[in-house]
Design a protein. Sequence first.
Length: 280
Amino acid sequence: MESLLAFIKRFNYIFVFLVLEILALIFISQNSNYQGSKLVSMGNAVAGRCYSAVASVGDYFGLRHENALLAAENAKLRAQLAESYISYNTRQFSHNDTVFNQRYGYTEAQVVKNSWNRRDNYIMINKGRKQGIREDQAVISPQGVVGVVVSTTDNFSTIMPVLHSNSRNSVRIPRINTNGSLVWRGGDFRYATLIDIPTTYRLRKNDTIVTSGMANDFPEGVMVGFVERAFSERGSGFYTIQVRLATEFNTLDHVYIVNNYFKAEQDSLMVHTQKQAEIK
């Protein structure tokens, strides 16, 4: 209270000036129609600018809702892409003249918690078992690969992203048509490491890296990143490649959970094959 009184006392002449100015404007507007209309016009102009500013702020915060709608629409469109279908007929595998069965579906979700500056990072999303999310499902973003679902509750799920020490994804460099493994060794969240690429291939900076489709989780050809630089230890025969990730994990807002409709059949076949091998 003492501080407030000291402030008023210090600037009392300014407050007196403002009060007198307001009274003068009131007297002028009451005694002169022309000047009164001018003051009203000025007031309306100022009020209009204020309302416009408030509306702009409201529109900005409304973008989150608009982004959610666009993300849901993108999920539907992704499911209609050619790579989301598997093609076959009863005689032989063929790309032309086939009956198409959808292989992948996509569920949009919003990121509610995210870390990217640790050795082992996790992402939480606002979809869970009630929305059809299951463990081991692949997760992508509009930019590229994100990670794999590792835990679910009724309404939330946790994702182990590429930025995790236990993450390992099969990827491919299309230009040289060679597969390798993408791993995370910590450090800058913008980069990961690609291994298992033989030094017999000549790499170029900015070579594109995509998912290989060798795992049951990710569709083939999803963007992963770009070759930043490569080196090899003498006698190893393999590159260690720094990969500039396409996904910006520090600004991740919406993701898509991939539903592989053939995953159960593929897993069942692998279990059967392993049992057969053990019997032999």
